[in-house]
Each structure stands twice: as structure tokens, then as C-alpha cells.
Design a protein around this ligand. Structure first.
Ligand code: Z2T
Length: 797
């Protein structure tokens, strides 16, 4: 059968395709098939429908000689892909009906797919949303990353404490990748640099192969399909026969095992750099393989490397692929013989850099010892880049090479055509703080591209009830043009429509409540307010501010149990980096508070607390549609953007939040009256830190805060170990760098405003609906258009 003539997809053709794959791809009869076989057969049937468009996209890109976009990212937090494929190909009804015909439960089959957690948090999920939007906008693009054998660790709790277990997504069969044994590049490390005939020649000491695995990424309606290409590390010589013949079987297998460590596991730190050699190896490994692949493709189409900036745009997702700068210069200069300054100019015209955080502990910097040992030629090139830059700007004493370090942010900045931040506030702070010096030298380089999220996954698939109401009201044009959600705004004045909106939210809450009962043993009234904070655990994100407010609230309810409290369930979820002790202690505290508060018969109607284990994309898809209140309470100036904040607003959950990251822009869009603002601004935060004993002062001024801290410090939540949280109390009463104490009083005030707003259910529904109606700007389609126009100069085909 010619793929171009695959039959139009009816329920019957899809069912036949599933049965055919079950037999011919997986060798099973329907009687013998397990759920995994069915999931694989359905996935292959869906995947087949992407292939013709995939080929067509490649053909059209070549034909148009279009500029290509390459997104280099250490992380792609893609989650499950089957539903994404079904929804984007608009095959939901057929798939459901076909499985029903086969006696199977659609949701159970989808739930069998492992959640591919090849990322830590926002940065990796952003990369996944971007890939989907690039395809939706038919922009010729490719994502490059690492095919980790183990993604982010699985989290469970033992006695309230986080326990990490390895994640094993590849143990189950994975339907979406095509192995490409022919796309394989040798990557070297270490060794020596010699001069020969006026040229530097790098002879690496150690080599591994990078082998490609391709995943097709279909955009909305499947019109365009791009590729996510992930590199897997393979030994150059898989097996050492000499050792084997000697009878040393462990030594015979050693090269294989050693090579594979490079793509073995994702580093679980989101915003702290460990400076580990293996991490630098991972970074060079995937970046070097991507550049070789990009240049091979370029060479197949053009014969003048001078056209590289015209035909190729490379985006560096944070500094993790920053070695692309020196590596591209090395290839152009050392291998292709282009003079150094031209090589540098060509690289600078091709590369761009996105910064995702200003936290000093996250800024990558490698000691020249480690760097030079692994990448001796690159260290020389970094120094030449630094010299060239210094010569071009002699008035300033700027260097990317202070204190025997290579500073990757500065290197990325200098090697990039455009540098961007991820929200208006963050971009402004980049110019004023970490990149102030470089910004003064290159005032046009820094631009803003506020983050966005894909509405296909984060509204259409995860919230079918609300999506149906929207489509009933305004048609389905909103899916590819999210600002059209504004068209539902007039309906918000209609009481009947508001009832339908409230019913959709209520149904999502009932579904979540059932799931919490079945899987977590939690009994939750769907009428209660679902107040949710889900994100990585970090002091700057201030989950401890949230739990302290919950404690104070609980104490107040105990004082007057019959005072007509607005029932709430506070839900937390998030992973702490395994080495981040303080963040792990906050998890334990929340679990301890949850145990005590939920057991209190006097208050349990009014307040419950739950910490759900193993937060991932799939859990987010479950929680966000059921949320009433979105907690976005970071210390102002610390959260670069946030993207969960956008998903909640889009799904009709108003925010309680600070003026941080994209919260600022969300509030501008949804209207100040539909956003619960509290806390200090970024400049106020800076000023407050200068105040002597700021935390003490704040505690003395607020008896509620003092009483909550007293309970934590005296062991109310840890009676078997009363001083378990003494260090947390000490931190919050002393140094309190993230100003939890100083923001507490205003946070409490805002929470009580939330209570009264929620008690007036009609008022709340209006606020919720206006959040949905006015969140269209936060589509990643808008973000990607911004990158295409302002950074890449790329066009939709
Ligand atoms: C990450 O998820 C983010 C920043 C990082 O800095 C690293 C990781 Cl893994 C190196 C997040 C930001 O914290 C968040 O504010 C932002 O929305 C997200 O990246 C995407 O830009």
C-alpha cells in the first residue's frame, strides 16, 4: 500500500489497523494480547497516520530551501505521546469507538503509556510545548537532545520523607521512536592538541558514538510533522574480544557500559549546578552530535558555509548546549579552514541563547582544569573568543574567563546573535543584573519572549469538559488561535452559560476527588475549594509560606470551629533535588502537617492538606483542570517566568501570587480584579533585605505567624521528634533570604479575600471564566511566532 493513499480514518479502518499491528507488528491474537500490546498496536496505527505528512514536511522544506530552526535542549519533558497524537490528528472519536468495539477501555489503554520524564521541570516542558507549536505553525524545525535511559527519578514518601527510585520508562515498550543506525557520529573527549601545517589538530583520547533516535511530532490537525532527534551513547567497539578470550567477561563488557553512562541518566537538579565532569560530557556529547548532523544536512543542500546564518538558526536552551559556540568555531576554522574571525562571525550569526534563571547557583561555570582536560581545543578557542571580544571592546575590562573558570552564560551571550529572557520582568532584570555589562556593549542583543504553553495538551486534551463548552459557544477556531477565547467573554454575563462553566469545573473536581479516593485514600468533598501548588520544591518558590499559612488557618479554625469557614483542600506536589536537604525538609513538614490536620475531626470539614507523590506531566494534566486556586507565590525577582501559572489561568483557576515572572503579565491580561495579588515587588525585596532583623520584625508584628512558627518549632507536627523542624524555624526567624516572614501577613490577607470571593459562587465563576477568556495570549504558538520573527527569521511553510 502506498502511504499517500492510506484510507481516510473511520472507526472501522482504525480498528482494522490496530488488529493488523497486533498481529504483524506484535505477533499477538486479540485473545492473548495484554494491555501493553493493545497500547502499542493503537500507537502504531496512529503513528502510521503521521508518516506521510512527516515525509511531506521534509520534502517541502528542501524544495523551498527554507531556513531551518534547531532547538538544542538538554531536556524535553514530553510526557505521554499517544493522546497528543490522537488529539492532534483529530481521531479521538474513532479511537474511542474502535477500542470499544474491541472490548477495551480507551482511558485504560492511554494510561498504560509510561510518562517520559526527560526533564526536570519548566525548562524541559517548555521545550516540549515549543516542539508542538513549531509543528502547528509548520515551521521547519528539529529538536536535539539526549535519549536518557533513566529520566527524572520516581518519588515516594517513607514516613513523610522523599525517597528516590530510578525511573525506567524504557522498560516498557515505547512506540514513538525510530532508531537511525545510519545517523551515527563519533564524539571525542580529552587527548592532545598539536599543530600541523599551521592548523590545530585535536586527537581525542576517548571516543563514543552518538546514535540518533527520531520521534515524529505532529502539530494541530497533523498538517505538519517535525522531528525530535535524541542521541544515545554507544561504544565504538561494543565488545572487547581480547578480554573475552582471556575469560575476563566483565572487562570484555566494560567499554560498552562505560560509553553508555553518558546517556544513562538525567541530572535531577533544576536550578543548581554541580560542576560534575559527566555533566559536561553529556553537554558536549549531544551538542557536538547535533552540530555534525546540522552541518551534514547543510552541506547536502548548499556549498557555501558563508550562507550558514541565512539558512540555519540554532537556539540554545539555557547554557547547557553553550559549548556549541566553540565547537562550531572549531569545525569551521580547524576542520573547514575558514579564518578564525570569519568562523566566529558565522557562528555568532547562527546561534541564539535563552536564559531561564538569574539564580547565581544555577549559572554554569566550569573550572578550566575540568574543561581543559575534557575539551583541550575548546579551551584554547574560548580564550581566543574572549580575546577577540576584548579587542573589539577595549574600553571595558570584560572577560568570560575570571578565577580560572569558563563562564558559560557570558560565553553564550558573546556567541549569540540574540539573547532572550522568558518574561518581561525577567528580561528587564537580566539587563540590570547578570548581563548589565554585556548589555551595555551590545544593547540590541537582549530581547524578551514571554513563555507560553500549548493549548492542545493544556486545554483541549486535559480538559475535555471545558473545551466542549468553549467549542459549543464559539466553534473550534480557538485551538489554533487561542486569543479567540476572548469571544467567550460576552457569555460570562449570561447566568445560564456561567452555570455550564461552573458545571464543567465541578465535574473535573468530582473526577479528581474520585481518583484521590481510589489511589491516595483521601476523601475530599468536590464542593471544597481546590487550592493547588505544584512545581519543583525550592525555597524561592516558597511552599513553606503556603504551609505556614495553612497552619495559621488551621489554628484559627480550631479557635472557632463554627465560624462558617470556606472549606478548602490544599494540594501540593513536587520533587526536591536529591541533594537539596532544605527542600526535602519542607516536603516532610508538609506531610507531617497533613497527617495532623487531616486527623483533626474538629477542623476536617474546613481544611485538609495533601502532598501527592511523584509529580509529573500526567499528574499535572489531572490536577490543573480541577483547580480552583493557583498558588504562584515565589519571592519577587526569582521565578524567571513560570508556565504552570499559565496552565491554571487557562483552565479557569485564578492566581494568588506575587509580582514575579509571568504572573505580572497574567495579571495584566486577566485584569487585576481577577487576580489575588500580594507581597513585595522585586525592588521592595531588595530593599527589605537591607532592613536589620527583617524576619524578627515581621514575626513580632503578626501574632498568627508567631503562633504558626511556634507550633512548628515545638513539635506539634512531629511529636515523636519535637525539634525536627527547629532549623526551619531558625531560618525563617533569622536570615530568611526568601522573605517568607516579611510576605506572610499580606499573603494571609489575600487568602482571606480568596475565601470571601469563593463564598460568593457566582462572583467566583465570573472570575474563573474571565481567566480562561483572557489567557489566550499565553499560547506557545504566540511565543514561537515571536522567536520566528524576532530571533530566527524563519517562516511558516
Ligand atoms: C528550569 O525548569 C527553569 C530554569 C532553569 O534554570 C532550569 C530549569 Cl530545569 C537553569 C525554569 C524556570 O525556573 C521557570 O521560571 C521558567 O518558567 C522555566 O524554566 C521555563 O522558562
Amino acid at each position: 500500500m502506498n502511504i499517500a493513499t492510506l484510507p481516510a480514518v473511520s472507526t472501522d479502518t482504525l480498528r482494522d489497523a490496530i488488529l493488523s499491528h497486533l498481529a504483524y507488528s506484535f505477533g499477538k491474537t486479540p485473545e492473548a494480547a495484554q494491555i501493553e500490546d493493545w497500547r502499542m498496536a493503537l500507537s502504531f496505527a496512529i503513528r502510521d497516520r503521521m508518516v506521510a505528512r512527516w515525509f511531506e514536511a521534509t520534502r517541502r522544506t528542501y524544495e523551498a530551501e527554507a531556513k531551518r530552526v534547531y532547538y538544542l535542549s538538554m531536556e524535553f519533558l514530553i510526557g505521554r505521546l499517544l493522546e497528543d497524537g490522537i488529539v492532534n490528528l483529530r481521531l479521538q472519536e474513532q479511537a474511542r469507538a474502535a477500542l470499544y468495539d474491541l472490548g477495551l477501555d480507551y482511558d485504560a489503554v492511554l494510561a498504560d503509556e509510561p510518562d517520559a520524564a526527560l526533564g526536570n521541570g519548566g525548562l524541559g516542558r517548555l521545550a516540549a510545548c515549543f516542539l508542538e507549536s513549531l509543528s502547528t505553525l509548520s515551521c521547519p524545525a528539529m529538536g536535539y537532545g539526549i535519549r536518557y535511559e533513566h529520566g527524572l527519578f520516581r518519588q515516594s514518601f517513607h514516613d513523610g520523607r522523599q525517597v528516590e527510585a530510578p525511573e525506567t520508562w524504557l522498560l516498557q515498550r515505547h512506540a514513538w521512536e525510530f532508531e537511525r543506525p545510519e545517523a551515527r557520529y563519533r564524539i571525542g573527549f580529552g587527548g592532545q592538541v598539536r599543530e600541523s601545517g599551521g592548523r590545530a589538530v585535536w586527537t581525542p583520547e576517548e571516543e563514543v558514538d552518538a546514535e540518533a533516535f527520531d520521534t515524529p511530532i505532529a502539530g494541530w490537525q497533523g498538517h505538519w510533522v517535525n522531528t525530535l532527534r535524541l542521541w544515545s551513547a554507544k561504544a565504538v567497539h561494543p565488545f572487547d574480544l581480547t578480554s573475552f578470550n582471556r575469560g575476563d567477561f566483565a572487562a570484555a563488557a566494560a567499554p560498552e557500559a562505560l560509553a553508555r553512562t553518558i546517556s544513562r541518566v538525567l541530572y535531577p537538579d533544576d536550578t543548581t549546578e554541580q560542576g560534575k565532569e559527566l555533566r559536561l560530557k553529556q553537554e558536549f556529547f549531544f551538542t557536538a552530535a547535533a552540530l555534525r548532523d546540522i552541518l551534514r544536512r547543510f552541506d547536502s543542500e548548499y556549498d557555501d558555509l558563508g550562507r550558514l546564518p541565512e539558512k540555519v538558526a540554532i537556539q540554545l536552551n539555557d547554557t547547557h548546549p553553550a559549548i556549541a559556540g566553540p565547537e562550531l568555531v572549531r569545525i569551521l576554522h580547524d576542520e573547514r579552514g575558514i579564518d578564525f574571525d570569519t568562523a566566529m562571525t558565522l557562528a555568532q550569526g547562527t546561534l541564539n541563547y535563552t536564559n531561564h534563571t538569574l539564580l547565581p547557583e544555577a549559572l554554569e561555570s566550569w573550572h578550566e582544569g575540568v574543561f581543559g582536560k575534557l575539551l583541550p581545543r575548546h579551551l584554547q578557542i574560548v580564550d581566543r573568543i574572549d580575546d577577540a571580544h576584548a579587542r573589539a571592546h577595549p574600553s571595558r575590562g570584560f572577560s568570560m574567563r575570571a578565577d580560572h573558570q569558563v563562564r558559560m552564560g557570558e560565553l553564550s551571550f558573546v556567541m549569540a546573535n540574540r539573547v532572550n529572557g522568558v518574561s518581561a520582568l525577567h528580561t528587564g532584570l537580566m539587563k540590570e543584573t547578570v548581563f548589565a555589562e554585556l548589555n551595555a556593549l551590545h544593547p540590541e542583543k537582549i530581547v524578551n519572549q514571554t513563555n507560553g504553553v500549548t493549548p492542545r495538551r493544556w486545554l483541549l486534551s486535559c480538559n475535555p469538559g471545558l473545551s466542549e463548552l468553549i467549542t459549543d459557544t464559539i466553534g473550534d477556531g480557538w485551538v489554533a488561535d487561542l486569543e479567540r477565547l476572548r469571544e467567550i467573554e460576552p457569555e460570562v454575563e449570561d447566568a445560564g452559560w456561567r452555570d455550564r462553566f461552573a458545571a464543567a469545573k465541578r465535574a473535573n473536581k468530582a473526577t479528581l476527588s474520585d481518583w484521590l479516593g481510589e489511589t491516595q485514600g483521601l476523601q475530599v468533598d468536590p464542593e471544597a475549594m481546590f487550592d493547588i501548588q505544584i512545581k519543583r520544591m525550592h525555597e524561592y518558590k516558597r511552599q513553606h509560606l503556603n504551609i505556614l499559612e495553612a497552619i495559621a488557618h488551621w489554628q484559627e479554625i480550631k479557635d472557632a470551629p463554627d465560624a462558617g469557614w470556606v472549606p478548602r483542600i490544599k494540594i501540593f506536589a513536587g520533587k526536591a533535588a536529591p541533594g537539596y536537604a532544605f527542600a526535602k525538609d519542607i516536603i516532610r513538614l508538609i506531610n507531617d502537617v497533613s497527617r495532623v490536620v487531616n486527623a483533626d475531626q474538629a477542623t476536617r470539614e474546613a481544611l485538609q492538606v495533601a502532598f501527592l507523590p511523584n509529580y509529573n506531566v500526567t499528574l499535572a494534566e489531572r490536577l490543573i483542570p480541577a483547580a480552583d486556586l493557583s498558588e504562584q507565590i515565589s519571592t519577587a525577582g526569582k521565578e524567571a517566568s513560570g508556565t504552570g501559572n499559565m496552565k491554571f489561568a487557562l483552565n479557569g483557576a485564578p492566581t494568588i501570587g506575587t509580582l514575579d515572572g509571568a504572573n505580572v503579565e497574567i495579571r495584566e491580561h486577566v485584569g487585576a480584579e481577577n487576580f489575588f495579588l500580594f507581597g513585595m515587588t522585586a525592588p521592595e525585596v531588595t530593599a527589605r533585605r537591607e532592613v536589620e532583623a527583617h524576619a524578627r520584625q515581621a514575626i513580632e508584628a503578626d501574632p498568627r505567624l508567631a503562633r504558626a512558627l511556634e507550633a512548628v518549632g515545638s513539635g506539634v507536627f512531629s511529636p515523636d521528634e519535637p525539634d525536627r523542624y527547629a532549623h526551619i524555624v531558625e531560618n525563617l526567624s533569622g536570615h530568611d533570604y526568601f522573605l517568607v516572614a516579611s510576605d506572610f501577613t499580606d499573603y494571609w490577607r489575600a487568602q482571606r479575600e480568596v475565601d470571601s470571593a469563593y463564598a460568593d459562587r457566582d462572583r467566583w465563576t465570573r472570575m474563573a471564566a474571565l481567566n480562561t477568556a483572557r489567557s489566550g495570549w499565553f499560547s506557545s504558538d504566540r511565543t514561537i511566532r515571536g522567536y520566528m520573527d524576532d530571533i530566527w527569521g524563519a517562516k511558516s511553510l
